[in-house]
Design a protein. Sequence first.
Length: 119
Amino acid sequence: MERSGSKLLVFAYFIPGVRHITGYVSGISRMRNRTFFIPAYIGVWIWGTCFISIGKVLGPQWDRFHHVISHYISEALIVGIVVAAVYFIFRFYKRKITVFLSIALLGIAITLLVIFQTV
């Protein structure tokens, strides 16, 4: 919580249900008041501004927006899940992936050298 907790507070307001327990979790983890208040209020301000702006812009055209979003939401979720999975797999297996890729590239280079020397 010490390393990334204050940054997560800003984004916690965009996740339904999570914003309601941020104060409890911060208190249980003994986060200092200043460390909690600044990101929490920044998150509230960004959250409120986003939803008020979205309502103001899309209010008259909400039906049209809802139709377009409902058509593409499943594709967007699948792409988002795949991108997140690739990111986390690369992040946790970075060393093994780089070793594998360097060995594979070395093998390809040796194969190409052998092929072009025999031609």
